[in-house]
Design a protein. Structure first.
Lengths: 325, 325
């Protein structure tokens, strides 16, 4: 089956809890931290009531593409356990084809403990578990070659084997004449893997997704205007989200800006970037103008930040129709 | 720590999905069926999007008691897996002390696939897993002796070892001069274990909880009035829920009836009986009149059937205050 988009990324079940700013500060949490099994246990013991919702950045994006009516596939690795079954079930019923290879025999399905503060900021604490087992053997060449866009989750740029898996997928997509997109995911990804990540971007990436902080870090520029100027000189397209200030698409000399979607209330920013990418990629693979792609991105992001969890609760296709997009 | 109520019951994570009546009928589902691992897998494959919420009848009741401000404990068995950790976490943060003994080394944490139809009826399909490992060694005598009421979940009257655990708990409670309550749970429990269950009720039970269908089955009477007359002749108190018709408390010659609480919308009846028992037991252990106990039961049941899932989402204590109870 031909896909609009296939993503390769971490298969993670989110454990989402409300927390106060003091707790998050005392724990020294950032927007995203990788943690080990001991820290996971200790943090979970001190967290409050949590809801379990399937997540993972690239997977969230694929669910968004499917919710808009697009055809999406996801490549990620779960453990051989009940959470893994739940993960596979939820992505399937969301309309996304899941290609996980064999579940990891040794490592449990990944969990991310996400603390959401009253100002709707989220602090992710991720134990990667089975995700670190993903390797090139999990990349099905046919699935990659069949998709108009390969969407690589930056978080997955992590272990030598996952990098090999990504390079393999990028190579197959290139050979098939498809577009390769990358989400920068987090500043720490850029910091931890600067050299080989920038090489990947230079050699393989056609469309780059990132927020303002990530783009500043990547370009090494002190402000957004300088970073944007730098990106205009690249042959790749850059899609930069700026939170409440909307988003900017830079495609060679052409720059388009769209505002954020108005929303009834801001509840949880988890998944904002993922769903922006979903809207954009749905539009991109359906022949929309770049401005229209970005407006679809803003629409999808607006839905997901209006409630807890990083996957849409409403039908994005219905919202799209209602908005006349 | 002295408890108002301690319950012994099944520790189950609910997987709750909406379903249409045709699917439920085609699958031949009843209000509650025990299923094996193969059937669990096959059903899950054909279910839609589900939310995971900790459940288990007796545990739901204890969470309700705690939400009203009471002191509650729960004895149940999970598996040595992530769902078991989540289960223990959720009951703890709900304010209930959890005494599970050692997690089962061989069997996974129980799950119940609950399909909710548009008329808010629920169809439970439960794979008991680790719950079947509960035995008398899991019953801590101090916890039982410390609680004003022992609340036995009828579903737990299942295996020879769990019956032994219940008899042990009932014996300790009796010796400590405490009250022993039993929830009938489901008609199939009465049908499957009629002889030893009626012996348990006759010898050990001070307060019986059941719905109309269960009480008819237990007494063998054709209508509610005859069943009620039969129960007035018993030395135990009977608390009978009648759905939208409210509830009746029969205590020797005295009979009190209360109406159901008005609710904005009926969404999912899962947990209605569990939360009725919670309100009743909170009132009972706080010196309230039987009518007041039953009104608290109706209040708590009304909250839980207004949303998906069998555990309260609102603070029952705040609702109690607001209702002037």
């Amino acid at each position: 089956m031909p896909y609009d988009v296939v993503s390769i990324g971490n298969a993670i079940v989110d454990l989402i809890a409300k927390a106060d700013a003091a707790f998050v500060a005392a724990e020294g949490m950032g927007t995203m931290q990788l943690i080990d099994a001991d820290r996971a246990k200790s943090l979970y013991d001190r967290m409050g009531h949590a809801v379990e919702i399937s997540g993972g950045s690239g997977a969230n994006t694929m669910v968004g593409v499917a919710s808009l009516g697009g055809k999406a596939a996801f490549i990620g690795k779960v453990g051989n356990d009940k959470l893994g079954e739940i993960y596979a079930h939820e992505i399937k019923v969301a309309g996304v084809d899941f290609f996980g290879g064999t579940p990891s025999p040794n490592l449990p399905t990944a969990v991310s403990m996400i603390l959401v503060t009253p100002d709707a900021q989220r602090y992710m604490n991720t134990y990667l578990g089975a995700c670190t087992d993903l390797g090139p053997e999990d990349v099905d060449p046919e699935v990659i070659a069949d998709a108009d866009v390969l969407y690589i989750e930056g978080y997955q740029w992590n272990t030598p084997r996952s990098k090999e898996a990504i390079r393999k997928a990028a190579g197959i997509a290139k050979q098939a004449g498809k577009k390769r997109a990358l989400s920068l995911s987090d500043v720490f990804v850029i910091d931890s893997h600067y050299d080989d990540l920038t090489a990947l971007i230079r050699d393989e990436i056609d469309i780059l997704f990132g927020n303002e902080a990530e783009v500043l870090r990547l370009t090494g520029k002190p402000d957004f205007d300088s970073a944007a100027r730098e990106l205009t000189s690249s042959k790749m397209m850059s899609v930069v989200t700026r939170g409440a200030s909307g988003a900017v698409v830079i495609d060679g000399g052409s720059v388009a800006a769209v505002p954020a979607s108005p929303i009834p209330q801001l509840v949880d920013t988890t998944g904002a970037g993922d769903l922006f990418a979903a809207g954009f990629l749905y539009g991109y693979t359906h022949g929309r103008t770049l401005v229209n792609c970005a407006l679809l991105g803003a629409l999808a992001a607006g839905e997901v930040i209006s409630h807890m969890g990083a996957r849409p609760e409403a039908s994005l296709r219905e919202l799209m129709t209602k908005a006349g997009l």
